[in-house]
Design a protein around this ligand. Structure first.
Ligand code: SF4
Length: 334
């Protein structure tokens, strides 16, 4: 089966300074595959500084990998030109955190939706353009008559974020990069937007990479998860297994920090140590914060296979078989 997206051993390193150049590894040896005919929702989770936004920028082609390749439908995205580049721009869409940022306060919603229709020559006539707008707005649960003709300040944050999703949907994308799409939206509207994203995957065949620090929304929306810490994969697998039985000490701390609506369960039983800015880049990247750190952790841990759909990069599971980084996707449920 053909692949929609392949990341092959992708790393991104940023260098600072001219004389004492310091390198920051934003992403380290990430491999990942999404299949063409199996639309899925994959969460990439982690705190700020985990590399998840760098990953979004790489996937959208806004920055290039330092090493490794990103292959979209068989083509390395750094080599795309002309029509192929245009097709990539249309088929890979993004929804970002801030539902206000993409709106120009002086233009109505119609303008925001008309721009991509014109740019990608999607409609043959004004009526056709209007039909496409109506279709996209209806698909995200908005009534066109409620939002068309209105200015951004006349809409709620939830409406604005759904218009952003509708704007992406207009282009009939194959892949949506959703970077913290509900973190600036009222809690009461989050479920609505998450359901909209799920409908895109289910009814429109769009694969979604859902980037978040919030494991609760990740649990509700996705099928599989990759947990990143300082650019490296800590744990990955089936979302249900990873959230209910996290095995990596970092994921355990993240799950423990979720404020469950259960008064019997104490929140934050294990303290999460503050991030240390001078943390070593050698060995396990979580070592300086890990309550279980051992001598062997000074050597970078490989991924260990915990079960068919679960892997962790931690020596606590050293008796388990190892998983090569480029075989990570084989453990993620489709
Ligand atoms: Fe902790 Fe060692 Fe596992 Fe890293 S490899 S998470 S330092 S026990």
């Amino acid at each position: 089966m053909a692949n929609l997206l392949e990341l092959k051993n992708v790393s991104k390193v940023y260098s600072r300074g001219l004389i004492n150049t310091k390198a920051t590894i934003a992403l380290q040896d990430i491999s990942l595959t999404l299949r063409e005919n199996e639309p899925t929702i994959l969460t990439v989770a982690g705190e700020s500084g985990s590399g998840k936004t760098t990953l979004a920028m790489l996937l959208l082609g806004f920055t290039t990998p330092t090493t490794g390749q990103i292959i979209y439908r068989g083509k390395n995205i750094t080599t795309l030109h002309g029509k192929q580049r245009m097709a990539f721009r249309r088929e890979v869409q993004a929804v970002f955190q801030d539902p206000f940022a993409v709106f120009n306060p002086f233009y109505t919603v119609d303008h925001l939706l008309t721009v991509p229709i014109r740019r990608f020559k999607l409609a043959k006539s004004r009526a056709d353009a209007r039909n496409r707008m109506d279709e996209a707005l209806t698909a995200v649960g908005l009534r066109p008559e409620d939002v068309l003709g209105r200015f951004p300040h006349q809409l709620s944050g939830g409406q604005r974020q759904r218009i952003n999703v509708a704007r992406a949907l207009l282009l009939k994308p194959r892949l949506l990069i959703a970077d913290e799409p509900v973190s600036m939206v009222d809690a009461s509207l989050r479920a609505n937007i998450l359901e909209t994203l799920r409908n895109l995957q289910r009814d429109h065949g769009v694969s979604i990479i859902y980037i978040t620090h919030d494991l609760t929304t990740a649990y509700h929306i996705s099928k599989s998860i990759i947990v990143l810490y300082r650019g490296a994969v800590m744990e990955a697998g089936d979302i249900d297994t990873v959230i209910k039985s996290p095995r990596h000490p970092y994921t355990q701390l993240l799950v423990d920090s979720i404020p469950w609506p259960n008064l019997e369960k104490r929140w934050g039983v294990q303290p999460i140590k503050a991030r240390d800015s001078g943390a070593s880049t050698e060995g396990c990247r979580f070592r300086s914060r890990c309550p279980m750190a051992m001598e062997i952790c000074k050597t970078p841990p490989p991924l260990f296979r915990i079960d068919a759909h679960h892997t962790a990069s931690c020596y606590l599971y050293a008796e388990q078989p190892q998983v090569a980084p480029d075989h990570l996707s084989e453990l993620l449920p489709a």
